[in-house]
Design a protein around this ligand. Structure first.
Ligand code: ZN
Length: 162
């Protein structure tokens, strides 16, 4: 746990969202396939730079939007699931859970490095992607990045990366 920074920026915008399909599955249980209009908020802690910013708001918004766009209109599947068998067969992704089998066009699927596609694990994934995108742009964030993923308004899971 690094020291908590005194400054932070917080971004929550109508366009920071993604519409996606998923289901939660764990041993002995599977939700029906369904979708959410997920909403994303981002909080970044840091020190005050020479310009008087922690980080320019436009940078935070752009990076968060890029990550949301990659998740938008996809079937989200957890590649590290301990109960789903996920196999790419030509242009299809086939998913098996106990007696059930799904086949999706591969281009509609996003395989994520998660065990479950819960809002909690999605928040951790999005926080990691935002930090990676910022680093790629040469921006090092000294403080924590905290992401909220809302499945519906008023129902949000948060992840804080340090
Ligand atoms: Zn759901």
């Amino acid at each position: 746990m690094s020291e908590r920074k005194q400054f932070r920026v917080y971004v929550s915008k109508d366009y920071l969202k993604f519409n996606a399909a998923h289901f939660i599955a764990y041993k002995g249980f599977r939700e029906a396939l369904h979708g959410h209009n997920y909403g994303v908020s981002v909080q970044i802690e840091g020190d005050l730079g020479e310009q008087g910013y922690v980080l320019d708001f436009s940078i935070v918004k752009n990076v968060a939007k890029r990550v949301c766009d990659r998740l938008d209109e996809r079937m989200l599947l957890p590649a590290q699931s301990d109960c789903l068998e996920i196999e790419t067969r030509g242009s299809q992704v086939v998913v098996r859970f106990e007696d059930d089998e799904f086949a999706f066009p591969a281009k509609d699927v996003l395989l994520l490095p998660l065990v479950h596609t819960s809002a909690e694990e999605l928040a951790r994934y999005v926080a990691g992607e935002i930090r990676r995108e910022l680093e790629r742009d040469g921006i090092h964030v000294a403080g924590a990045i905290e992401v909220g993923v809302a499945e519906t308004p008023g129902q949000t899971a948060y992840y804080r990366d340090r």
